[in-house]
Design a protein around this ligand. Structure first.
Ligand code: SF4
Ligand code: SF4
Length: 228
């Protein structure tokens, strides 16, 4: 190391010069753009998330949904191919006899543990019925207070298909952001009795618990059973 490198001072000054150059360049350009000047010169901009959102590309691989038939029943025939193909073993299915005589089975339960899911899309590839898709344009949820908050149930997965059909490609994302805002308001509400109430699974409808009330998510019980 040379003497100047050892004292760091020139490098610090160089770094400050770069930072200041970009700061003043953007300040001048953004101000000029406000007055309709220098529009052809791009200034660096930051997306003001969540007020501003970048549009996900059409091939974005987002959260899952279970597709529906015309009569609004689930299209899945509980063939287990998606669960077999899943490298993260995060899909749990319980099959039942379908009420439709033309169809042999349907899923009584269909759960995806999104904490395990690696969003590889192999379940979508494996499905012979186009019953599961990842075209919801909504990224995985990042906020929850226990593991159950991240286990998506058949109802939730079907609900996304209904929202997509009724409200279009931003519908699911808007719904998730509304949920975040509600939860955020709850967290910072000084009247909020206790956090425990907040994790009550009855409260947020969109993330409601499935009918059965075992303590472990179904996928964990499945792993426990298969481990024996
Ligand atoms: S995206 Fe991949 S990891 Fe996630 S459920 Fe489908 S197959 Fe499993
Ligand atoms: S989602 Fe498709 S692959 Fe998975 S169980 Fe249902 S029909 Fe079979």
């Amino acid at each position: 190391m040379t003497f100047w490198e050892k004292i760091y001072l020139p490098e610090i000054l160089k770094g400050l010069a770069v930072t200041n150059y970009h700061f003043f360049r953007n300040l001048v350009l953004h101000t000029a753009h406000l007055f309709g000047l220098k529009k052809s010169v791009n200034a660096t901009s930051t997306t003001q998330y969540p007020e501003e959102r970048k549009r996900y590309p059409d091939n974005f691989r987002g959260s899952h949904r279970l597709t529906l038939r015309e009569d609004a029943s689930v299209r899945c025939t509980a063939c287990y191919l998606c669960a077999t193909a899943c490298p993260a073993q995060c899909i749990y299915i319980e099959a039942g006899e379908s009420p439709d005589p033309q169809i042999e089975k349907y899923p009584l339960r269909y759960e995806i543990d999104t904490l395990r899911c690696i969003y590889c899309g192999l379940c979508v590839e494996a499905c012979p019925c186009d019953a599961i898709r990842m075209d919801t344009y909504v990224h995985p949820r990042i906020w929850g207070f226990d593991r159950l908050d991240f286990v998506e149930t058949k109802e939730q997965l079907m609900h996304r298909s209904r929202v997509l059909a009724e409200k279009g490609r931003d519908g699911n994302m808007n719904e998730m952001l509304e949920w975040y805002q509600q939860q955020n308001a709850e967290v910072f509400n000084p009247q909020r009795p206790e956090l425990r109430t907040y994790t009550n699974r009855d409260v947020p409808k969109h993330y409601a618990e499935p009918a059965e009330t075992d303590e472990l998510p179904a996928i964990d019980r499945h792993h426990e059973r298969t481990a024996k």
